[in-house]
Design a protein around this ligand. Structure first.
Ligand code: AMP
Length: 226
């Protein structure tokens, strides 16, 4: 199995954390459309300025833009043998665009991992989530707090201040969940028709246990480390 993986689930289901772990283990690039958009915001690019208020409200940026940035990323040489896509596709037009990109290269997705977590757990997780802007490590003030108040404890960031993403505030989280149910959830049926979906229970705070479940899905499909 080459390793063309989509990780699907609500915002806060743990897609980023699991995708990062799997990418590291298998040597696949981790492609997070949210991270790409956030770096446009930080660098204040033309795209960043266009999407700032949309992201702050927890809405989706226009499909064409999401498709363009992901298609550009997938064209890079490190994606030749596979990747893990996190946060993309998020709508039917995006899934259809991804199918076209794959078909042009005579490729197919290998699996769609669906991380399942209920909405109330997500609200509790995201409103306590804090992220290191340097290394991307994710903490939770309640379930996985940093050793020192609001500081990353992972070298080399030691002491870097953690940030609360503006779109992780409760009101915005609820808005993002409603966007997920309305626009992204239909993708589950879309991919189920091709038999690609594997459901993984993402409830609870034992990230290693969730990772083991994801690993066993990949192992059953014959994924091999690079
Ligand atoms: P995430 O980090 O994946 O939760 O994404 C953060 C925000 O970036 C989302 O709430 C959207 O505003 C935007 N975003 C990320 N990926 C996409 C996508 N595939 N389509 C549209 N908007 C996206």
């Amino acid at each position: 199995m080459a390793g063309r993986v989509v990780i699907l689930g609500a915002p806060g289901a743990g897609k980023g954390t699991q995708a990062r772990r799997i990418a590291k283990k298998y040597g696949w690039p981790h492609i997070s459309s949210g991270d790409i958009f956030r770096s446009h915001l930080e660098e204040r690019t033309a795209i960043g300025q266009k999407i700032e208020s949309i992201m702050r409200k927890g809405e989706l940026v226009p499909d064409e833009l999401a498709i363009e940035i992901v298609a550009q990323r997938l064209a890079k040489p490190d994606c030749a043998e596979g990747y893990i896509l996190d946060g993309f596709p998020r709508s039917l037009p995006q899934a259809q665009a991804l199918d076209r990109v794959l078909a042009e290269r005579d490729e197919e997705l290998d699996v769609v991992i669906l991380l399942e977590v209920d909405d109330e757990e997500i609200v509790a997780r995201l409103s306590g989530r804090r992220t290191c802007p340097n290394c991307g490590k994710i903490y939770n003030l309640k379930f996985n707090p940093p050793k020192h108040d609001m500081q990353c404890d992972k070298p080399p960031c030691d002491g870097a201040g953690l940030v609360h993403r503006e779109d992780d505030r409760e009101e915005t989280v609820r808005q993002r969940l409603s966007v997920y149910h309305r626009t992204t959830e239909p993708l589950i049926q879309y991919y189920e028709r091709s038999g690609l979906v594997r459901r993984v229970d993402g409830v609870g705070h034992d990230l290693d246990a969730v990772e083991r479940k994801v690993q066993s899905v990949l192992a059953a499909l014959g994924a091999v480390q690079r």
